[in-house]
Design a binder for this molecule. Structure first.
Ligand SMILES: [Zn+2]
Length: 267
């Protein structure tokens, strides 16, 4: 059974969280309070069987059947503007905070975010799903970058230490069963003072508090860490970074997601 990825407590004797969806068991850590999945699927199952693009469309279908009205309202109201805002925020932060050079998108999906990076950045990606990795590779090849098809930890080990100007973890860290290892590896791959941009769902969002188990941030078995701002900050800081931005406007409770900007810490 997996221990808490933030404080390492094993939580063996802690009862399951009501947010569990059998066979996927969630617990709230007795030490730091993080809600996390104790029995996530192995990385190899994510390559195909539980590939994110498949489980996501199944999840959408389930939600549509369960509450068609809410689904439509939610979709009509929020999805398109949020997507635009989200894409824009990532682009704005990369342009504003990352020095020109190679940029790695960990969990790059189909590579659409990488493809939109301005020319001063060379796009690199890691993606566990075979189908998505192929698509992403086709998008970055002409820019001099490449995409590694692997889980994030194995993928990161294929790059040179001190290589990247920036690393993007956009909707990735909530999927990672070893987020501390991933952050430490990322830190090693970065140049001094390179920047890390993180976006994850915010478990403390109003929507989660209001909708409970029906919150869109719950994904089984995709999401294995349910961060809140203070615990994300703690984990990133403990992994070798200095926090540059984790303001209230970056984790406003009306948004389902939160953002964080950090810099490789040189002691
Ligand atoms: Zn903990």
């Amino acid at each position: 059974m997996r221990g808490c990825p933030v404080c390492n407590l094993d939580n063996q004797s802690v009862p399951s969280s009501p947010y569990s969806l059998i066979p996927w068991e969630l617990k709230r850590c007795a030490g730091c309070g993080l809600v996390y999945m104790v029995n996530p699927p192995e990385y190899v199952m994510l390559e195909d069987e539980f590939a994110w693009e498949k489980t996501r469309s199944e999840e959408r279908e389930k939600r549509r059947r369960r509450s068609p009205l809410l689904y439509d309202i939610g979709h009509g109201f929020s999805t398109i503007p949020k997507r635009l805002l989200r894409r824009d925020k990532l682009g704005v932060w990369v342009r504003r905070f990352v020095a020109p050079g190679p940029v790695l998108d960990v969990g790059c999906g189909d590579g659409s975010a990488l493809a939109q990076l301005p020319v001063q950045f060379t796009p690199f990606g890691i993606e566990v799903s075979k189908a998505q990795a192929q698509l992403a590779q086709s998008r970055v090849a002409s820019r001099g970058g490449r995409v590694v098809q692997a889980d994030a930890l194995s993928g990161m080990k294929q790059f040179e230490a001190g290589f990247f100007s920036g690393i993007i973890m956009n909707s990735y860290l909530e999927h990672e069963m070893n987020p501390r290892d991933a952050l430490q590896l990322a830190c090693a791959l970065m140049k001094p003072n390179a920047r890390l941009i993180i976006k994850v769902p915010n478990f403390d969002s109003c929507n989660r508090l209001l909708r409970g188990a029906r919150w869109c941030g719950f994904r089984y078995p995709d999401h294995v860490n349910y961060f809140i701002p203070s615990l994300l900050t703690r984990l990133v800081r403990d992994s070798g970074f200095r926090i540059l931005r984790a303001r209230l406007t970056d984790h406003f409770p009306t948004s389902d997601n939160m953002w964080l900007l950090a810099e490789k810490h040189i002691s």
